[in-house]
Ligand binder design. Structure first.
Ligand code: J2J
Length: 552
């Protein structure tokens, strides 16, 4: 089957023409930028992962050789591949190889388990899945084999590390090639269309099931280039990637891809644990990194405790994914010695950042402004009327890197996109007269657990599988470290008893990612209702905040 345009929503033709005329869309594929850098800086180190150091010419050679090997295995342009790999050189080389071959990676998270992976594999009709062998006692390879046995489209398991005999070993696929020039010519000749899907990102999720966001070569290349400007990415940039690389933020804002486009160096680390991260920063002379607020806070605390000089090279730290409290923002410069860049972004497109030379008040109390002059932003009331600056409302956005719809999701599209293509992220935002945005809250039914998004509806529908549960409401409860955690309110059948442990066990056994499992349960006789008869979650959020306050 061919599914290039099936299920995706294209930009209107006149706008696409304008994006080209203005140079936002360059009609190039993502892989071509890597070749351009490799031609310019062949001997420079591009990618570091522990003791592995890969130069640009080697990166280009591995990328092309891997692309050809994937095609030889029987994959073809427009096939989809589930990618669930930890931060390491393999993730980066495989992603680039997919771009070159026109194979579309589906950016799963390392935390995903059977429940998410089977759904996403099915929705994307993936033919292949790339996984590590075992991480922290979890056998990813066994799960991938189980998926291959149950999802009809899936017939190829690629494994990083110790691959079973019937699976392909990723490290062999990703090895340098014998004929780089030939491979390059052949792949150039069969390059995907720049308007074709380059990758699928996962939506943070406002409704029941996760959604796929199609990003084209044209729009994603522009996302990468536009975010590289305000972060001042150059050949001298050394980037530390510790957030899961399949997230849009560390991947492309400017992230791994932005640094490779510019000829800088990317250092990959499997996690943000401060001792390891600080050591990597010192060893590699890291100048730029990205963190969610909870990680930034850990780094600040670690620096306050140890007082070392390991961060001397770290010029800029980007923080985003959830709201950074102003008090923590104010500590970044004095404690870490780095300039803070707040990032309010979304995998659906629009990226806002504070500029490095903004006044302190902007850097510490706002989430910045759009990276591109072509980003359109409106702040509207419930009736869709534009609001004046200073009045919080729902944010709507359009632009050359904000797609017009989710993949194969007409119902979600009808809710999240206006007929003229504005995306409603569900965030409540105030625009200051200077153009900077402040995220004040949200009107979407989502829990933001330290930057990882949890759809309330998705969890509730799972909890309803317990027969004794009559009503369920998943809500955010305040948490000092993560900002928010998932709390569940339920009512149960008369005389029945349902425990938190029972719910946790059910979700765990269903194969739900650990970060989505409720951490607190409140059983009540009745859930409060709004005037229109929906569960009043605002009241529940106030209730849990009060319960926590009086308990401490
Ligand atoms: C408050 N809420 C924020 C912020 C995102 C860069 C940075 C983040 C993401 C991301 C991203 C926030 N303050 N600074 O893709 O490229 C919440 C909003 C938003 C949702 C998007 C990037 N930064 N958020 O977090 O697709 O609610 O992208 O709509 O995962 O995160 O989530 P996601």
């Amino acid at each position: 089957t061919s599914h290039t345009s099936d299920g995706t929503v294209a930009w209107p033709a006149d706008l696409a023409a304008e994006f080209r005329r203005k140079g936002y869309w360059e009609d190039r594929t993502l892989g071509s930028y890597i070749h351009e850098t490799a031609d310019r800086l062949p001997e420079k180190i591009a990618l570091v992962d522990g003791d592995v150091r890969i130069t640009y010419s080697e990166l280009a050679s591995r990328m092309d050789a891997a692309a050809e090997r994937l095609l030889q295995l029987g994959l073809k342009a427009d096939d989809r591949m589930m990618v669930q790999l930890p931060n390491g050189w393999q993730f980066t080389v495989l992603t680039l190889a997919c771009f070159r071959a026109g194979i579309v990676p589906v950016m799963a998270l390392p935390a995903h388990r059977k429940y998410e992976l089977s759904f996403l594999t099915d929705l994307s009709e993936s033919r292949a899945i790339a996984v590590p062998d075992v991480i922290k006692d979890f056998d990813h390879q066994a799960l991938a084999e189980e998926l291959a046995a149950s999802v009809p489209s899936l017939d190829m398991v690629l494994v990083s590390g110790a691959a079973n005999p019937l699976n392909a070993r990723l490290e062999e696929i990703l090895a340098p090639g014998a004929d780089p020039a030939g491979a390059r010519t052949r792949l150039d000749a069969s390059a995907p269309s720049p308007d074709a899907p380059a990758l699928f990102l996962l939506s943070g999720g406002t409704t029941g099931l996760p959604k796929l966001i199609t990003r084209t070569h044209n729009d994603y290349a522009y996302n990468i280039k536009a975010t590289s400007v305000p972060t001042n990415v150059t050949e001298d940039t050394v980037y530390l990637g510790t957030l899961p690389a399949s997230h849009n933020f560390p991947l492309a804002c400017p992230g791994i891809l932005g640094i490779l486009f510019a000829g800088g160096r990317v250092v990959m680390l499997p996690g943000p644990e401060p001792r390891k991260a600080f050591a990597a920063i010192e060893r590699e002379g890291v100048t730029l990194s990205a963190a969610v607020p909870a990680v930034a806070q850990r780094w600040i605390e670690h620096q306050e405790e140890t007082g070392g000089n390991q961060l001397a090279s770290l010029e800029v730290i980007q923080v985003g994914g959830s709201r950074l409290p102003d008090e923590i923002a104010r500590k970044v410069k004095p404690v870490l010695g780095s300039t803070l860049q707040q990032v309010f972004g979304m995998a659906e497109g629009l990226i806002n950042v504070t500029r490095l030379d903004d006044p302190e008040d902007v850097i510490c109390t706002t989430q910045g402004r759009p990276v591109s002059e072509a980003d359109e932003v409106r702040i509207v009331d419930e009736a869709g009327n534009d609001l004046p600056d200073g009045v919080p409302g729902s944010i709507l956005t359009r632009g050359p890197y904000t797609p017009r719809g989710y993949y194969r999701a007409p119902e979600a599209n009808a809710r999240a996109f206006t007929p003229d293509g504005w995306y409603a992220s569900g965030d409540i935002v105030e625009r200051r007269p200077d153009g900077n945005l402040i995220v004040q809250g949200r009107d979407k039914d989502m829990i933001n657990r330290g930057g990882e998004k949890i759809s309330a509806e998705e969890i509730e529908s799972l909890v309803y599988r317990i027969e004794d549960v009559t009503m369920a409401a998943a809500i955010a409860m305040p948490d000092e470290v993560l900002g928010e955690k998932l709390c569940l309110y339920i009512t149960v059948k008369p005389g029945a008893e349902v425990t938190l442990e029972q719910i946790q066990t059910l979700l765990h056994e269903t194969g739900v990612a650990a970060f989505k499992i409720p951490e607190h349960l409140v059983v009540v006789d009745e859930l409060p209702a709004t005037k229109v008869g929906k569960i009043n979650k605002k009241e529940l959020r106030a209730d849990i905040a009060e319960r926590l306050a009086s308990a401490s």
